[in-house]
Design a protein around this ligand. Sequence first.
Ligand code: AMP
Length: 289
Amino acid sequence: MLIVDNNEALRDNLAECRSRNQTIGLVPTMGNLHAGHIALVKKAQALADVVVVSIFVNPMQFGQNEDFNTYPRTLGTDSLALCNVKTDYLYAPTSDQLYLNNNQQALAEQQTTVYVPGLSEQLCGEFRPGHFQGVTTIVAKLFNLVQPDVAVFGEKDFQQLLVIKRMVSDLNYAIKIVGVATIREKNGLAMSSRNQYLQAGEREQAAELYRTLLRVQERIERGNRNYQVLEKMAMQELRDVGFQPEYVAIRASSNLSLPEVHTTDLVILVAAYLGNARLIDNLRLIIDL
Ligand code: AMP
């Protein structure tokens, strides 16, 4: 595996790959890698000749009071994990490569940004203003630098996946976007770098988030179509077991719009705090009308 920390080396190496007619897959991450990230790398390897994994904690997608400074940075163990699965390139840029100043002023200083209105303003976007603008701007930068044929993202960040697909379609990027199903702990908790913020006892409790989604799914499958009531019920159930939920939402999985009577492809999305950890999860289901 070659580790590159600057844009020039990245471009030179990838130009050589392209001259050998190799296709390129990109897996953008913020590091602190777990089995979920590795599943994306393996998917990219199945779809492209050469795989680039990026590790960059993007200041522009963090709010002022969020965890940019404390986000776990573990480049040493991450590079070992990527080496073990035979990643071709690790792009871990030094702080001056993507923003003028790599700090939380990035949002203010970056004059050109990419923004997908509508999709970016609801659900997580409502609770994290500016977050998706930070995501789409950094992903656009990575797409321009790497020029991949395919880019792989996790369905765990379901709204993010839809926002990126929309950006790619609106801006005519010739990049195939592929989603990978959420990798979970044995107890059902979706793997996440932020799970580290959970205290010892909270890990088991955190699995209630997924169990709540499963219960909502079961109620819908049993014929309950009163989505607003189901959302409120799930919010209360989460509060009862110690979460501070931001939202539970049942939406159309194609575009996150409110389901209509004929909508069959649904996604149940949730965001909730457990102690200091903000956790998100989702579950897709297809219903018979
Ligand atoms: P992050 O490093 O958290 O920004 O995530 C980088 C990529 O890994 C994103 O596309 C995430 O959706 C994906 N990802 C994170 N956790 C999981 C998981 N448990 N299963 C599958 N993909 C994941």
